[in-house]
Write a protein that binds this ligand. Structure first.
Ligand code: SF4
Length: 160
């Protein structure tokens, strides 16, 4: 183990931004981690700059957890689409939940697609919630809490 309490075999992720105290990516004040990389290419995407997988800056999981611990807010992992790298997402979820914090994950994959892929299911298994599905412009609803379009659903893996 290193000083941050992470296993010595750390991982790195390309991070576009980490925002502390946000209230739009799930309930309450949260630390939102924006990871680069998405191939869904939804027309009307809120952030096409998030599509390249080599965007942002490379951070280790230990460095990300140091930021998470500064506020002890619950955490949202978004992007981009985090579930293009499910093995790494599982490690973030494990590290955050070990701190007694909960995790929401935003993904363009549908819940059916997640269920069909064991590595994605492992990544989300201990998340409190998964906000799933592509953004569909003609189903956009700015009044929807925590979602962009009405096709997107909030799934609670622990309740299934
Ligand atoms: S899944 Fe999200 S980040 Fe990816 S293209 Fe669609 S709206 Fe943009």
């Amino acid at each position: 183990m290193n000083d941050s309490g992470m296993a010595d075999e750390d991982i790195s992720l390309n991070v576009l931004d980490i925002r502390r105290g946000t209230t739009v990516d799930g309930p309450g004040f949260r630390t939102s981690i924006y990871l680069s990389g998405c191939n869904h290419r939804c027309p009307g995407c809120h952030n096409p700059d998030s599509w390249p997988f080599d965007g942002g800056v490379s951070m280790t999981l230990a460095e990300i957890m140091d930021v998470v611990r500064e506020e002890e807010f619950n955490v949202t992992i978004t992007g981009g689409d985090p579930l293009y790298q499910p093995e790494k997402i599982k490690k973030i979820v494990d590290a955050v939940t070990a701190e007694g914090l909960t995790v929401w994950i935003y993904t363009g994959f549908t819940w059916d697609e997640i269920q069909a892929d064991p590595t994605k299911m492992e990544a989300v298994a201990h998340a409190e919630a998964v906000v799933e599905g592509r953004f569909i412009m003609n189903l956009r609803d700015p009044d929807l809490p925590f979602r962009g379009s009405t096709n997107q659903r909030i799934v609670f893996p622990g309740r299934i």
